[in-house]
Write a protein that binds this ligand. Structure first.
Ligand SMILES: [Zn+2]
Length: 495
């Protein structure tokens, strides 16, 4: 890590050494044994890998809330206790479905996916509608002059000029609403994207959990799916203006309403002014569950993905910080967020920032805690170094705990966008992720990452204590810092 610290930091390190002597020894009100008992419970077989909406997940949430209460952490005014309940849909793909256009028949889970919609059997007119996008401000209306009432609409993926994975994903809901509002009975996006259809199919072709949103598809009953074109390609004819009929049938998706909760707590700050600013400490407590749900090999004797490292360690560090900061509150207020749904795509933290218990503009920083395990107990890893103005404090805190900071161990893998800090960053709130020490992504990490072997009896608890102390120290220093936490000028998330 030292290798990548810019000269400016080396200079700072020099200065920090000076500052170091001034920092009084810090004590913590949590012990190793206490943290061990938390992790032994949260990552126990009894909790069955804490999958979102599972009973084990709910038991973990109850355990964390009880601990918050015992530390004197308060519920946020206006919330119903410590739980921010999130409605989920457990979505099961249709049992069967086919679409015939011209001479070509598309078959469910081969070259066709159905993501939304009930049972439908129809012969209708096919319509091609560009991207199926409408943005009056930008002067875009792909439905101008088209009558799609009672028809089946075919569109290009994403929105004009936005075909990145996230953009395509985010455009899905709006495109359904746009088509449904115009009376279409079905909408199919054409899979013309440069990432493998197999991945897409694996994700959308199996049971999945989604956050239930009121305005998911606007008009009830719109069937929504994706087609993977081949040769011959009848859609190309449609695009050229051919008038075609389509025969379409599906048994429809199955949806079951479920629920899971974020656990949220408040520690009010001591400074008359700064207490109106909130540092958000977050860690996801959910993991992937049991057996097939885990998405990795398992055995008859061990089919539970206990998630001691991911993210049992982060959750315990969050609880430790809660206990210490509740007993000795810092100047700024602290919001504690133990979120669910991270393994499903940061669904819990996205819900939190979409339904914030305090105004987003008062949330001045997010210090997320989530990791993939560790291969060094001499280090602590920070994903997002140099992206905000708190690095000096982070180095200081780590040094005082006898740990060294390492940066992103796998820059090419987009780790910054693969945990809950991203939900805050998307709202322009400066955010980073703190994780147990990884100097490189190697076997020491992979043998446990999302593996059934990630059990609590394989954890170094002396390290968990030091890791939790460092995280707590980082939190306190940011909550007490003079200036305002901020993005490094020019960061892509900077407002
Ligand atoms: Zn995680």
């Amino acid at each position: 890590m030292l290798r990548s610290i810019p000269a400016f930091f080396l200079l700072l390190l020099g200065q920090m050494t000076i500052a170091q002597t001034a920092v009084p020894p810090v004590t913590f009100n949590f012990e190793k044994a206490e943290l061990e008992s938390h992790l032994m419970y949260l990552a126990s077989d009894e909790l069955g890998g804490r999958r979102t909406t599972s009973e084990g997940g709910a038991m973990a949430a109850a355990y964390i809330a009880k601990a918050f209460e015992s530390y004197g952490v308060k519920p946020v005014p206006g919330m119903d206790g410590y739980f921010q309940n999130i409605p989920f849909n457990d979505v099961h793909p249709p049992l069967s479905g086919s679409l015939t256009l011209g001479e070509t028949t598309f078959t469910l889970n081969e070259n066709m996916l159905i993501l939304k919609g009930g049972k439908l059997e129809t012969t209708a007119t096919a319509v091609f509608a560009g991207h199926g996008w409408v943005d009056q401000e930008a002067g875009v209306d792909d439905y101008a002059g088209l009558d799609v009432k009672g028809k089946v609409v075919f569109v290009l993926p994403g929105s004009p000029g936005a075909q990145g994975p996230m953009e395509v994903f985010e455009a899905m809901k709006d495109k359904q609403i746009i088509a449904a509002e115009r009376g279409a009975v079905a909408l199919f996006e054409l899979y013309r994207l440069n990432f493998p259809w197999q991945f897409f199919k694996n994700y959308f072709g199996k049971d999945r959990l989604e956050v239930a949103r009121e305005k998911a598809d606007g008009g009830a009953g719109l069937v929504y799916g994706w087609l993977k074109e081949g040769t011959p390609n009848p859609v190309a004819e449609l695009e050229k203006g051919a008038v075609m009929q389509v025969q379409f049938t599906t048994t429809g998706i199955g949806t079951k309403q479920l629920e899971a909760a974020n656990v949220v707590g408040l520690i009010e700050g001591t400074d008359a002014v700064l207490k109106n600013e909130y540092l958000v400490l977050s860690a996801h407590y959910d993991h992937v569950g049991i057996g097939k749900e885990g998405g990795a090999p398992y055995t008859e004797t061990d089919s539970i993905f206990n998630g001691a490292r991911d993210n049992g360690m982060g959750t315990v560090a969050l609880m430790a910080a809660a206990k210490e900061l509740a007993a000795n509150p810092p100047k700024r207020s602290v919001l504690l967020l133990a979120c669910t749904g991270e393994e499903m795509g940061m669904l819990g933290s996205a819900w939190f920032v979409d339904n914030p218990p305090v105004p987003l503009e008062q949330m001045v920083y997010n210090l997320n805690n989530d990791g993939a395990g560790y291969n060094s107990t001499e280090h602590i890893t920070v994903i997002g170094l140099e992206r905000t103005n708190v690095d000096e404090l982070l180095y200081d805190a780590a040094k005082n705990s006898g740990l060294q900071i390492t940066g992103d161990p796998a820059p090419g893998q987009n780790l910054y966008e693969r945990s809950d800090n991203i939900s805050f960053a998307r709202k322009k709130i400066p955010a980073i992720d703190v994780a147990p020490g990884i100097t490189e992504m190697n076997e020491a990490v992979f043998q446990y990452y999302h593996q059934a072997a990630d059990n609590p009896d394989t954890i170094d608890y002396d390290y968990l204590l030091r890791f939790s102390q460092t995280y707590t120290r980082m939190a306190r220093m940011i909550a007490n810092m003079e200036g305002k936490p901020a993005w490094t000028p020019g960061d892509k998330f900077e407002d």
